[in-house]
Write a protein of this length. Sequence first.
Length: 280
Amino acid sequence: MAGEARAGAERVVGVITANISLAVGALFYMGWCYTNAVYGYFRVNPLDLEIGPTEYVLRSAGTVFSSTLVFGAIVWLIVTTLPQLRLTELIPGRAVPGFVRRPLHRAAALAGDPLARQRAGLMLLLAAGALVILSVTRITDNLYLTLALTAAGVLLLTRSAGTGAYAVGLITAAACALWATGVYAKDEGTAEAHEITRGLRTRTAVVVYTTKPLALSGPGVTAERLPKGNMYAQRYQGLRLLIGRAGRYYVLPVGWRPGVNATYLLRESDSMRIEILPGS
């Protein structure tokens, strides 16, 4: 009896560990999608920024993660772990109120009934198919719900079909989860890029001093020739900092417009001085 309980606990721990690994991978992927959407909007390749995996995860956790994703992760954990649990044995009859115990017992019955799981999975897949048809006909478009129904449906449908089939179901569900999180992160990144564009005037200002004229132009950019005797011959103002990393500064004209104006990459050197000032 103790051996069976230990084996069951090990299975549950294995499922939870696998889900944690998937969550870390999803955070990394979301961080990359978010960063690519933000800086790709300004035609900057995030690979050129030399951002490491840890920073991608931190960017994802700090900017993209939300209560909706937490709820989705909990649902995912329940769907993948519930079949491994014996809820009726884990939860004593008097430990929880009846209105809580009854739904848990129903869920346990569903988890323990292969035919009921397959029926529920088939219904979820049919619902996902209906949403795809509605999306094609442009009646409605809910990608997140479609992917969620597909992931849950595949897991429930393949749970009792053998180890190989369930492994395929897990891979399919994981692909749906990564797809959904990637699209969500991209949408959040695009929204952040739009916010940056709207608030360019308040972003960090950049003033550039050079010994020779540069081809810096754009809405709001001014070039001023400095008096003779100065160390630098030109001063450029009206620039805003997009991001600075390791001595490289990606700057935008204060009136930058997508698809029209350029994003400039500047490197501080003996012939160029870059000043960072508060935005107006």
